[in-house]
Design a protein around this ligand. Sequence first.
Ligand code: PMP
Length: 401
Amino acid sequence: MAITFARRMEGLKGSEIRELLKLTEKPEIISFAGGLPAPELFPVEEMKKISTLVLEESGTAALQYTTTEGFPPLREHIADRMNSKNKTNIDKDSILITNGSQQGLDFSGKVFLDEDDVVLCESPSYLGAINAFKAYQPKFVEVPTDNQGMIMEELENIIKTTDRIKMIYVIPDFQNPTGRTWPLERRNKFMEIINKYEIPVIEDNPYGELRFEGENLPSLKSMDKKGLVVFLGSFSKIFCPGYRIGWVCAPEEILSKYIFVKQGADLQASTISQREISKFMDIYDLDEHVDKIKAVYTRRRDLMLKTMKEELPEGLEYTYPEGGLFTWVELPSHLNSKVIMEECIASNVAYVPGGSFFPNGGKENNFRLNYSTMPDEKIVEGIKRLGVVLRKHMEVEAESL
Ligand code: PMP
C-alpha cells in the first residue's frame, strides 16, 4: 500500500544527529549534549505537599477542563513576574498558557507562516524552533551573529532585500545554542528596525531569569510600542519541565489568533499542572528556588570553563555565557564536529554537533556543550576526555601545515 503523506512531512526527516544522540543515553557516557535542568534541584518534596493541597482544596476543579487561555491566578502570577523580571507592563489578559514554550513556537509557525514565507533567525538558532517552523514550509534566512548576538546592520540589509518576511525569531537572552546575550544597544537598534519595517517578532525567553552575573536587560517585549513582539516564556528551566507549562504573551490582536489555534490543538494546558504551579507560587518563593538553581549552574559553568581552559587544545574559541545552560565551541573551519563526535562517543563523552542549529546547513565546525545537567566531577572528567579527542585532531592539523 502506498501511503501519501502531506507535503510538509518531506521537510521533517529524522536526522543522523538524532541517531547519534540516542547513543549518548548510555549510562557510561558523560553527556554534555542534552539541555536538561539539574534534576536534583526539582522541588519534589514541596510538590508532594502542593499536589495534596490542590486536590484537597479544589480537587474537582483541578481535574476538570479549564478555559483555553488558562487558569486565571496562574496568568496573574505570570503577568506580575514578567512585569518585575522582564520590565513589561502587562496584565493577565495578555497571557495564554501553553504546553511548554515549544507549543508557542509551533503556534507561531501556524499563526504567521504560509508555504515559502520567510522566517529570519539568528545564525545559529534553536533547533527545536527550526523544526517546529519547518512544518509550515517556510524559507529560513539566517542573520549573521557575533559575540553580542544578531548583527543589526546585517539584519537591516536582509530586510531591505528580502520579500515575504513574515516573522523574526530571536533568543536575546543566553541563547540556545551559543549562550550569548544581546547588549542593550542591540536591543534598542533591533526595535528601531522592527518598528520601521513592522515585522512580527517571536522573542523566545526560557533562560532570561537564569542570569549568573551582570545586569538584567529589558526584554524586547518591554520595548515594544507597536504591538509587534510575541514573548514566549516557560517554567521548564526556572521550575521543572515535567509539568509542560509555558506561556505566550502578546498584544490582543495577535494573542486571539494563538488562542484560536490552541483550541484546535488541545483545548487547554493541563488544569492540574497549572493549579499546582500557581499554588507553589502562592505559598513558596519562586525567586528563592531560582536562586538555588542559579547558584548550582554558576558553579558548573565556572568549573566547565576553567576545565576547558586547562584541558582543551589551543586554537578553539568558545563563548562565555553570563547565564543559561550552554557554551558554544568553534573549531578550526576544516574540522567536522559530527565526525569528531563519533570518536567522542567511543571515549564516552558527548556534545551536540553544531550543524543542525543552522537551518540552511553548511557549518559543521562547532558544537554545543551543556553544563547544567552533569555533576561537578563528571564535568571535569568529561572535558578531560573531550580534550584528548580534540587534541588529536588539532595536532593532525598542525602537523599537516
Ligand atoms: N526555546 C528554547 C530556546 C529552548 O531551548 C527550549 C527547550 N530547551 C524551548 C524553547 C522549549 O522549552 P519548553 O517547551 O520546555 O518550555
